[in-house]
Design a protein around this ligand. Sequence first.
Ligand code: SIN
Ligand code: MN
Length: 266
Amino acid sequence: MQLTQAQLDQFHTEGWLFLPELFTPEEVAVLREESAAVLARNREEIWREKNGAPRTAFAAHTYNEAFSILGRHPRMIDPVEQVFGEPVYMHQFKINAKAKFEGDVWQWHQDYGTWLRDDGMPEPRAMNISVFLDEVLPINGALMLVPRSQKHGNLQAGHDKQTTNYPLWTLDNDTVERLVKDGGIVAPTGKPGGMLMFHGNLVHGSAGNITPYSRRIVYLTLNACSNYIRKPTRPEWIAHQDFRPIEKVADDALLKYARSHRQAAE
Ligand code: SIN
Ligand code: MN
């Protein structure tokens, strides 16, 4: 799948790109079902909120077939390879639950801030590309982005280990206010199957979810192979160290899996 010139221009100027309903309801149904099973498991890769609800499931692509296919899907991999102009490997894979009533905040941050400081990633030549598993609404903790903030490079950040159970390099309020005066805030919303990609230096965050609607999103962090991490400090299942290019599956692989999975259940 190739992005159009207009889509590339939007990404390079604004720092983000949203493609609504890129995956079909049939494809996303199997991911929704499998994510519920993954998030219910008790494994060290599944981190919980302070209130006990699941927050983030790391590395499900290593033990779950549906997510393994998603992690090699051309609709996820091709756009990022197109932007970087080289093959990519999987730096991180996570399902963020943002559980109904209980999902906690993600403070304002830049992803590259963590990849640089915690993983020794040389350049911001990695990015998050995500698929909505639930409908993302303005009210259930939609991801908020500060357009054009990626142009400011890597900003000063503090290591916040207190606010949530997920240590994060976060930005101070003055910095966020200054950047928002320039770029505003957008919060892409839409049905399950929408795909959002954003620059590693784009400032973003999300509020807690006090609604009865869960907001699950899968994030692939794809890193340009030449930009492999040099000083890992986090476990391998958080910041992977297999720097080989992702071998893509066929575009219909997820659909085929969904159909065979459904037949097996009938
Ligand atoms: C993130 O910034 O890594 C996740 C934010 C979210 O899922 O709301
Ligand atoms: Mn982030």
